[in-house]
Design a protein around this ligand. Structure first.
Ligand SMILES: Cc1ncc(COP(=O)(O)O)c(C=O)c1O
Length: 392
């Protein structure tokens, strides 16, 4: 039977690919997992009681866009975090940002742009859902290098005009997975100006916004409000997965301009899987509480300092400004990952599993990604073994 051609160029997903690379080889020591971006700090202690008190909510279909109380808690969080007043009808609840980032392309990407096939821009390396979203809607994904030379963020403004005129959507991730770079307010402001000039929307994946090193990263909503940008230019995604250590809750939100929001809500009404009501209650409490976020952030900040100490003699090493990954240069990411596993049992991800060949270059090939999610003692052991094995 025929299968869709549109995904024929899609590589195998990063984690099955990693299992194929490593699982035929015995670990060289006690395994330490530093692969997946799954937070392992404690979830807030109110999760269980709130869930238990709201079990009857499983008996009803939940509201698609979010309960009024949850949307109001999110709106209040945005006001505290970004000093932006955003009414509830500019917000919609998501089952985590991954589905939102995917479905936004379906809801918002036109069939044609300037009479031609639309382009969706994304950084390279990147969170992989951006590419499959582009392929799904028949847009051309354009992978824009986000390397040391560009401050680990894509320089969309440097693209040729004929490409920029075809851009319908541009994904941006700040703090960036995998590099940990943070887009400055100036960077975001320039990007909004570019989107206005070439008539596209910016899809800002800000799911690591609360894990930062020195200062809270600026958000696109804040920058758009400050410069009086057209609200339709900015579509912004946040998640409780990283902020509240609840990747299994599957809860986030999208904020957008009124027209975009109508499209997003319409698609969700037809095809979305709304978040169960008891989970919306938990999410509401999470957005209302900052104490658990502050203590989790302090643990990440301690790990950034740990990484600084362990890698101080590694030339050019920089612990990230945000997020919770190290993006470490090596000769060849796959070879380094295999050697590290084989000799120590430390498990990391080859950078090329998060990037694409573009223009004859693969910007992830000479890197490994290391997740700082384990407790401090395990992180210390993992990073020390990694340093001694790969840079000793
Ligand atoms: C950059 C980035 N965006 C989005 C997600 C999806 O997160 P969730 O769907 O759990 O909100 C992740 C998860 O690892 C991520 O790293």
């Amino acid at each position: 039977m025929a299968l869709p051609e549109r995904f024929s160029n899609l590589p195998e997903y990063a984690f099955p690919r990693l299992r194929k690379l490593l699982d035929a080889h015995a670990p060289g020591g006690e395994p330490i997992a530093m692969t997946i971006g799954e937070p392992r700090h404690a979830m807030p202690d109110f999760v269980g009681p709130i869930l238990a008190a709201n079990l009857s909510g499983f008996a009803v279909y939940p509201p698609n866009d979010g309960t009024p109380e949850l949307l109001s808690a999110i709106s209040a969080w945005i006001a505290r975090r970004y000093a932006v007043a955003l009414p509830e009808d500019r917000l919609m609840v998501l089952n985590g940002t991954r589905e939102g980032l995917f479905n936004a392309a379906i809801a918002l990407c036109p069939e044609a742009k300037s009479g031609q096939r639309p382009v969706i821009l994304m950084p390279n390396p990147f969170y992989q859902v951006y590419a499959v979203a582009a392929l799904t809607v028949g847009a051309e994904p354009v992978y824009v290098p986000a390397t040391a030379a560009t401050g680990h963020l894509p320089d969309y403004g440097s693209l040729p005009k004929d490409i920029l005129d075809r851009v319908a959507l541009a994904y941006i991730c700040s703090p960036a997975n995998p590099q940990g770079a943070v887009a400055s307010a100036d960077y975001l402001s320039d990007l909004l100006a570019l989107s206005e000039k070439h008539d596209f929307k910016v899809l800002a994946d800000e799911c690591y916004s609360e894990s930062w090193r020195n200062a809270p990263p600026p958000g696109l909503l804040q920058v758009a409000a400050a410069q009086g940008a057209d609200p339709e230019r900015a579509v912004v995604f946040h998640s409780l997965s990283k902020r509240s250590n609840l990747p299994g809750l599957r809860s986030g939100f999208v904020a957008a301009g009124p027209e975009s929001m109508l499209r997003l809500r319409q698609l969700r009404a037809f095809a979305g899987a709304p978040l169960p009501l008891p989970l919306q209650k938990v999410a509401q409490a999470c957005w209302q509480d900052e104490a658990h976020v502050t203590s989790s952030r302090a643990l990440y900040q301690a790990k950034f300092m740990q990484a600084d100490r362990i890698f101080e003699s590694l030339q050019g090493f920089q612990a990230p400004q945000g997020g919770f990954f190290l993006w470490l240069p090596v000769d060849d990411g796959e070879a380094a990952t295999l050697k590290l596993w084989h000799e120590t049992g430390v498990r990391v991800l080859p950078g090329a599993y998060l990037s694409r060949d573009a223009g004859g270059q693969n910007p992830g090939k000479g890197y490994i990604r290391v997740a700082l999610v384990a407790p401090a003692e395990e992180t210390q052991r993992g990073l020390t073994q990694l340093r001694d094995c790969l840079y000793g």
